[in-house]
Each structure stands twice: as C-alpha cells, then as structure tokens.
Write a protein that binds this ligand. Structure first.
Ligand code: UDX
Length: 463
C-alpha cells in the first residue's frame, strides 16, 4: 500500500516506520523543516530504543521517506494517517483539534483519487465525524472516507507495542473502508492479534477509556501504598497478591510518585471535558486526576519529612528526571513539581538522568545537571530517586554512600532493594513500605503549607 503519515511525533514516526517495515511505501510529512531535514539524514528527534535502526533500514530499502510537502505526499496514496498533536487547550483541558482539522482540509484538497483518511491522533468522540464533514465539503464526490484507529503504544517500548500489540482498534462506518483497514493490518489477518472492528465513535472512546482506566489503576495502588506504609506491609507484595488474579492483572500496579507523560494527564482531562459536554459525571476519573495532583505534592512532603522536616540550605541529588525510563520526555514528569517545591523550601538541587537532561534543562531552573550519577550525589545531603532507569537501579550503592554527606535515600520508585541499600549504610525511605524508625523525626510538615501548593491547577481542582 501507499501510505502518507501527517505528523512525525511519537505516534506518526513510529507508526509510519512500522508500516514501512511491513512492506508498505510510506512517506512521512511534517511542517517542521529542520525535523524533516534531520529525519531524511536518518537522525531521530526523539529517544526511542530501536527506532533509529528501523528508520535507517526502511529508508535504505526505499520504503520510507520524509517531506514537508503535504500536497505532493498525499496525491496518489491509498491511506493517509493523521498523527498530528492534540494538545490540551490552555485553561480548558479539552483537546485542541485545530491541527487535525487543518490537516483534514489540506488532505482533502490534495488527494487525487479515492482514499481512506485514518485518524491516529487521540481525539474526542465525534472528531472523525467532523473530519469526514470537512473532507466532504471539499470533495462532494464522497470518494474519501474517514476511519478511527487509535494508537496504544508506550514511549520506550513503542516499536514492540506497534508490531506486537494486545489488540488493534478500528472504527469505520462502511464496508469499503473496513476492507482497506483490514488490508492495512494484513499482518494480523492470521488471528495472531485481535482486531476490534467497530464504529468510529466507539474506537475514539476506547482510547480514552483505556488510558483513564490505566491511570486509575496506578492511582489505586498509589493510595494503597500510603495505607501499606501505615499498617506495616509492603505494597509490592500487595500488588503481586492482588495482580495474580487474572481479572485484575499485575501490570500498572507499580506504586510511585504519580503518573506523568504526554498521554495520561492530557487524556484524563480531555475525557472529563467530553463527559461534561454530554452532561455525564465521571467521578472515578475525576478522583484519579485529583489524586495524582495531590500525590505529586505529597512526594515533596515525603522528601522534606524524610530529611528531618527542613531542607533549607541543603543539597539534594535527584536521580532520574523523565516521566518514566527509556524516554527523554519530560512532559508532566513528577520530578518537575518535586524539584520546584524543594527549591521553594530553600534546597539546592543537583540532578542526573541518562537521556532526559537536555529536555529537563529547558524546564527546570537553577539545577546543576551531571552526566555522571556518582558526581551528582557527591556531598549531597540526600538522594532522591524519581525515575527507575535500569542504569540507576544498577548503581553501586556502597560507592554512592561513600560520596554523599548523609545517609538519606528517598526511593520514590522502590528502584533499589531496601536490604542492599541499608547494608550500604543508607536510611531508606521508600514507597508503600513502613518507614524506618530512625527516619521518624517527630517533625512533620503539613500539606497545608503554601510552599507545597502545586502551580498546576487541574480541571477538577478548578471547579
Ligand atoms: C501511555 C499508555 O500506556 C499507552 O497505551 C498510550 O498509547 C499512551 O499513554 P506512556 O505515557 O508512554 O503510555 O507511558 P506508560 O508506560 O503508560 O506510563 C505512564 C505513567 O504512568 C508514567 O509516569 C509511569 O511512571 C506511570 N506508571 C505506570 C506508574 O506509576 N506505575 C505503573 O505501574 C505504570
């Protein structure tokens, strides 16, 4: 098949490359000239394990190319994927669809014959209907149909998630479009992967419901982690015992500092906005959003408490900055609010991340960044682990301990085995495990302290 992909962000670039890997002829389009220039030379603008190799292989095979010229790219294709951004509109929380609408109009004008336009961007219910209307207004012949095909890939494992997904979800309104979409996903025609063929609105909602459910699952275990700390149990054992029930599942039951990234925070808010528009209240999703906001504030409180109730004048080394490992993405990363709060309390922050420091330096001010994690912790008064990178998990605890000034290790991802950290001489404060007696200072700060106030107000908080 001949495929054009509009937008070379995570979803566009990964899907385009993987469709090429399946033998299709793919051309990726982006308005950003510099990005397209770099991609044409095989340079990947995002950090995603394995992507560079896959792009190079398909470029070399002549199946994958890049351009800024949308009109030329879509002229003779069978399928056009829209994978442009849908950022939250400032102060609203709903998805800004202007890029999707703009792309639809341009595509409609440029197509030379029948085609299927596939919306891959995460879009609210009814968006594909609106895109169909935009296209029909330009092309009354009705030779271009719109399909919804949300993408469920995770940053850091995007290629595997695309090539070996749990399921593919496709929303169509007619049989001709269904046949084209089935041909697009021909590699799964052997039944190896379930393909859910449904209506456009269902497909659109499935994507939001999936992300909201996963976000809720994380916040469920995070709240239980707080209880575990009080009753003296370990949340990882709890997660295992609960998660082995196949109706529940062990995945996404890792307690931590709250979820971040480009999807969960944005998509939960957009879902709430859609529900509001239709006069429905999604109480569980509302609670998930506000519980996540509260958790990010609580993490700063946890760090300050663990260090003795006051961090003014102290130096804190933060290990791991990105919203999760194996990505350079800093969007809504829990490290940001944590570091900014610690700075408001008078702490000096030093930080290390294996690949996220360049992006982090654009967001965080007055933070000293270190390529070498050991240099990062030198003479610090505490180490805080925020992202569980494998390279951080593998650090030599004895060496770390020899470099820090005190024994405080606050492990917000339970990245280190507590026994090993204790054996190295650390006093460990972790998530969902009872705190160690020596860490109970008697001094405890109140969450009501204005310095804990999050600068980010959620849609739920704003009500
Ligand atoms: C998510 C969805 O998983 C994916 O299907 C969708 O297409 C895009 O959004 P992504 O944002 O890349 O993917 O990351 P994910 O691995 O889902 O993690 C999101 C956040 O949840 C991270 O901050 C992560 O640290 C956190 N998380 C995840 C937990 O705190 N605990 C868990 O058990 C799992």
């Amino acid at each position: 098949m001949k495929i054009a992909v509009i937008g070379t962000g995570y979803v566009g670039l990964v899907s385009g490359t993987c469709f090429a890997e399946w033998g299709n002829e793919v051309i990726c389009v982006d308005k950003n000239v510099e990005k397209i220039m770099q991609l044409s030379k095989g340079r990947i603008p995002i950090y995603e394990p394995g992507l560079e190799t896959l792009v190079a292989r398909n470029q070399k095979a002549g199946r994958l190319s890049f351009t800024t010229n949308l009109s030329e790219a879509v002229r003779n294709v069978d399928v056009v994927l829209i994978a442009v951004g849908t950022p939250p509109r400032a102060g609203h929380g709903d998805a800004d669809l202007s890029f999707v609408h703009m792309a639809a109009k341009e595509i409609a004008h440029a197509l030379s014959g029948p085609a299927v336009v596939v919306v891959k961007s995460t879009v609210p219910v009814g968006t594909c209907d609106a895109v169909q209307k935009i296209i029909d207004a330009v092309r009354p012949a009705g030779d271009v149909s719109v399909a919804s095909n949300p993408e469920f890939l995770r940053e850091g494992s995007a290629i595997d998630d695309f090539l070996f997904p749990d399921r593919v979800v496709i929303g169509v309104e007619d049989e001709r479009t269904e046949a084209v979409m089935a041909a697009l996903y021909e590699p799964f025609s052997d039944g190896s992967t379930p393909v859910v063929m449904t209506k456009r609105r269902s497909a659109e909602l499935i994507k939001y419901a999936s992300n909201a459910f996963l976000a809720t699952k994380i916040m469920f275990i995070n709240e239980l982690a707080d209880l575990c700390e009080r009753v003296g149990t370990d949340v990882s054992e709890l997660a295992l015992g609960v998660g082995l029930d196949h109706r529940i599942g062990r995945a996404f039951l890792n307690a931590g500092p709250g979820y971040g990234g480009s999807c969960f925070p944005k998509d939960t808010l957009a879902l709430l906005r859609t529900a509001q528009d239709f006069g429905v209240t999604l109480r569980i999703v509302e609670e998930t959003v506000s519980s996540n906001e509260a958790r990010k504030r609580k993490m700063a409180l946890k760090v300050v408490d663990a260090i003795g109730g006051d961090v003014d004048g102290l130096t804190i080394a933060v290990l791991g900055l990105t919203f999760k490992p194996d990505t350079d993405d800093m969007r809504d990363a829990p490290s940001v609010s944590l570091i900014e709060t610690l700075q408001r309390f008078g702490a000096t922050v030093r930080a290390h991340d294996p690949v996220g420091m360049s992006n982090a330096s654009r967001i965080l001010e007055n933070v000293a960044f270190f390529e070498d994690p050991y240099e990062c912790v030198r003479d610090a008064d505490a180490i805080v682990v925020v992202t569980e990178w494998e390279s951080i998990r593998q650090l030599d605890l004895v060496r770390l301990k020899s470099l820090v000034r005190s024994s405080n290790l606050i492990d917000l991802r339970n990245a280190f085995a507590r026994g090993a950290a204790r054996a190295a001489g650390f006093s460990v404060s972790s998530i969902g495990r009872p705190s160690e007696p020596e860490l109970r200072t008697g001094k405890s700060l109140s969450e009501a302290d204005p310095r804990f106030a999050s600068p980010v107000r959620s849609l739920v908080d704003a009500r």
